[in-house]
Design a protein around this ligand. Structure first.
Ligand SMILES: [Zn+2]
Length: 70
């Protein structure tokens, strides 16, 4: 996306804040590794665990849609 300074964004906002903005509710937390329903492809299944994110490493991936990154 043009116009967005992702480096600055990463410094100013935590992964937890991003997830909160997306409405992500982890169904399981194991330390820094959180699992839950994917907020990126609009999954509404509250107990789903196909979305995995490491809030310390700021890496995430979804096992149902191609979303992944850091
Ligand atoms: Zn997904």
């Amino acid at each position: 996306m043009p116009g967005i300074d992702f480096d600055r964004l990463r410094r100013d906002i935590t992964m937890e804040e991003v997830l909160q903005l997306l409405g992500f509710e982890p169904s399981q937390r194991t330390g820094d590794q959180w699992h839950g329903a994917c907020p990126l492809h609009g999954s509404t299944s509250g107990r789903a665990r196909h979305f995995s994110v490491n809030v310390a490493k700021r890496r995430y991936c979804c096992h149902k849609c191609p979303s992944q990154g850091w």
